[in-house]
Design a protein around this ligand. Structure first.
Ligand SMILES: [Fe+2]
Ligand SMILES: [Fe+2]
Length: 240
């Protein structure tokens, strides 16, 4: 009789646990969908270099790297959708406001409305706060490292080159100016060109990767970018 009771109790516990996991997964799926829709709506007047398509590419990279690295994909889904939600504040202030800090603040308010465990919520906010290249907050968790690498990967390689020139065009910058030192050019000026972005920032990105898969992908993207700009300079000089 006791053994029948033990089997019944253990099976009931298993059933309740399974139901709890399924319900939790259902609510998390709904939360991710709602956060995605909310994040998407906040990009309606975004500049093309940092638009919703960038966020979607970062999301795909997060899922790829996060799966290989064994990260929490639920945290990464939400963090990637919200990571640039503060971008318009930085653009409007011409760089005075840090979009990572502003985004973490906005995300903290948004996430209060959703049933997310406190440790996941804290991790999401940390991911957003620490995703920026020029930042004093360093990614501490695996998920923050995956988001950091994914965001940086979208700035290099073929997509990175295209985005650099898109951004320069948005600023009204010229195509190229061989007569200025890229390191002495002011950000957001007419000499803030795609080449200047490459020399000052993008050429260093591969050395800042924090995960093995991110590093592997960055090396390949960097090699393409390096050969592109070598050729660009030669063509600009009329040599080839
Ligand atoms: Fe960002
Ligand atoms: Fe981003």
């Amino acid at each position: 009789m006791a053994s029948i009771l033990n089997v019944f109790v253990s099976r009931t516990i298993m059933l309740v646990t399974a139901c709890f996991i399924m319900i939790t997964a259902f609510f998390m799926k709904k939360t991710i969908e709602a956060v995605r829709a909310l994040a998407h709506s906040s990009f309606s007047d975004a500049k093309y270099s940092h638009d919703w398509e960038h966020t979607q590419r970062v999301h795909k990279l997060c899922m790829h790297i996060g799966t290989i690295e064994g990260a929490d994909l639920e945290v990464l889904e939400i963090a990637s959708y919200l990571h640039d939600i503060g971008r318009s504040y930085q653009d409007r202030s011409k760089g005075a406001v840090c979009h990572a800090a502003k985004g973490a603040e906005i995300a903290g308010e948004i996430l209060k409305d959703y049933p997310i465990e406190q440790d996941k919520r804290d991790n999401i906010i940390h991911c957003i706060l620490s995703h920026r290249f020029r930042n004093t907050h360093h990614p501490e968790t695996l998920e923050a490292k995956v988001l950091f690498d994914s965001d940086k990967l979208d700035a290099i390689g073929a997509v990175g080159i295209a985005r650099a020139y898109l951004f320069a065009g948005e600023l009204g910058a010229r195509l190229h100016n061989p007569d200025v030192d890229p390191y002495k050019v002011k950000s957001y000026s007419k000499n803030d060109t795609g080449y200047r972005e490459y020399r000052v920032k993008l050429s260093k990105v591969k050395d800042s990767m924090l995960t093995d898969e991110g590093r592997r992908m960055a090396i390949r993207r960097h090699a393409f970018m390096e050969s592109f700009f070598e050729r660009f300079i030669k063509e600009h000089e009329g040599l080839i």
